[in-house]
Design a protein around this ligand. Structure first.
Ligand code: AMP
Ligand code: ZN
Length: 131
């Protein structure tokens, strides 16, 4: 279902122009207006509120492979933010495909922490119990 106030619904459904690199019945893939690296793309489902279970992983692989061929990047990251605390700013489910170049900028990295094995075990139990 479409949400009339959602910018990604409008872009995905072609009501607002975008730099489209791929389109099928269910998805549109566009270039991000504020790219983390040259070629940064967003996979937008045409329906609002579709979640991660709706993403066909073949599309992400297809776009990433095309980036390696056409842009010469050495790899790519798939990034998907859920909730404000995780950095989501547009609340229409989407997946970032970010090309990574040799010697390119550091993107989406974290410093590995240290954790007590007992705390790891407790944390794993908590998550398991909630599944
Ligand atoms: P997120 O923070 O995961 O919600 O990602 C939203 C992304 O959408 C950001 O990387 C923005 O740069 C990008 N963005 C926002 N508006 C547009 C737009 N009109 N066209 C293309 N990309 C956009
Ligand atoms: Zn939407």
């Amino acid at each position: 279902m479409k949400d009339c106030n959602c910018i990604f619904c409008k872009i995905a459904n072609g009501e607002i122009p975008s730099s489209t690199v791929y389109e099928d019945e269910d998805f549109r893939v566009i270039l991000d207006l504020g790219p983390a690296a040259k070629g940064h793309a967003l996979i937008l489902p045409k329906e609002h509120f579709k979640d991660v279970t709706e993403l066909d992983p073949k599309i992400a692989a297809k776009v990433g492979t095309a980036m390696k061929k056409s842009l010469g990047c050495a790899g790519f990251n798939l990034v998907q933010n859920n909730g404000e605390a995780a950095g989501q700013t547009v609340f229409h489910f989407h997946v970032h495909v970010i090309p990574r170049y040799e010697g390119g900028p550091v993107i989406a990295g974290w410093e590995p922490g240290k954790e007590d094995p007992e705390v790891l075990a407790e944390t794993a139990e908590k998550i398991k119990d909630a599944l």
